[in-house]
Design a protein. Structure first.
Ligand SMILES: [Zn+2]
Length: 82
């Protein structure tokens, strides 16, 4: 049940292994599907799949308990400025 990534996490600081709550999602208004992506609480990058155990970018363990209350923020760039 332990993912293979766990072996690489043995070398990262302890704080990466204690889950941080995911509290923000980013939306892309210009995207046809209106996708929203959760944001890593440590590095701020997009987490491509919801409810994955670790951030693929920085290895931070993730806590999804507060995800339903996450704050939605629009993407910084926008080509649709009126
Ligand atoms: Zn991260």
């Amino acid at each position: 049940m332990i993912p293979q990534i766990a072996s690489t996490l043995l070398t990262v600081p302890e704080t990466y292994r204690s889950p941080m709550p995911v509290t923000a999602v980013r939306c892309y208004p210009n995207c046809p599907q209106l996708f929203t992506y959760p944001l890593c609480p440590r590095c701020g990058l997009i987490i491509e799949r919801e409810y994955q155990c670790f951030c693929v970018h920085c290895g931070q363990a993730l806590d999804w308990k507060q995800f339903c209350k996450a704050i939605v923020t629009p993407a910084l760039y926008s080509s649709g400025v009126r």
